[in-house]
Design a protein around this ligand. Sequence first.
Ligand code: NAP
Length: 274
Amino acid sequence: MTTINNKHVLITGGASGLGRRLVQRCAEMGAAVTILDVDEAGAEAAADEAAARGAGPIRAFVCDVGDNKQVAACAADVLAAQGQVDILVNNAGIVSGRPLLELSDEHIERTFRVNTLALFWTTKAFLPAMIARGSGHIVNVASAAGLIGSPRETDYAASKFAAVGFNEALRLELQRSAPGVKTTVVRPFYIDTGMFAGVNTRFPLLLPILKEADVTERILRAIQRDTAQVDMPWMVRTLPLMRLLPVWAFDGLADFFGITGAMDEFTGRPAAER
Ligand SMILES: NC(=O)c1ccc[n+]([C@@H]2O[C@H](COP(=O)([O-])OP(=O)(O)OC[C@H]3O[C@@H](n4cnc5c(N)ncnc54)[C@H](OP(=O)(O)O)[C@@H]3O)[C@@H](O)[C@H]2O)c1
């Protein structure tokens, strides 16, 4: 069991969406919170909001978590200002939403830097102290796109499949070497944060566009209960079973459930709001 009250929680991508709500809720639950984000104004605003809700110190740092040198430098500043991190939430993520041949090399590399490589850099920065203390929790916010690919998501799905693999290998390493340090992988379908504005779902009862608040509460509960995996909605958990089918049948089911066409009307967040 990992308590949140009186702990130091570090949340990447805490300036917006899911990360921002996690920042608010952790502050309300009595944690000290650190935000790492590239959006300076958003991170400062999130920190101010959270400070008004909780007693623990809330600090925001500008940091591109996809850059290992920035993460190392920032980790030293975080340690000096806020102390050791008890709970690390790898939440920052980006999406391009374009077919492969419309993706620039820069888009592809950036997606992997933020959605995949950042998990390595932040975990390498904050895990050693958790191991030394024999306790800690690392949350990796991946996606249902880490279990199933769909059109306009070659870079995103590949980066999230990698995130799922990273979490699994790490979990098993820690079970052997540091069983007091827990991990949670989060694999949600689309969420109403605006990151995936324009996506649609054919069967909203089976595959609803998730509410940011609901996903946040599930993540918090998973931390408190040391739950290793959060799949939302429940249907996401059936995907590995569906892979027992021949590929043509699996693809047919994905098409039938509207997963293949979900990104057809994707617009993403308007540039002005980014
Ligand atoms: N929304 C969904 O439908 C959905 C579904 C499944 C999984 N997820 C995952 O859930 C996580 C949170 O998504 P969200 O919808 O809350 O996204 P969001 O609202 O766009 O928030 C992501 C935050 O991360 C920041 N960020 C981007 N690149 C960064 C970098 N290099 N270093 C530090 N911070 C960076 C963003 O800043 P800028 O705004 O300046 O880029 C933004 O503040 C992501 O990992 C996403 O892949 C989302």
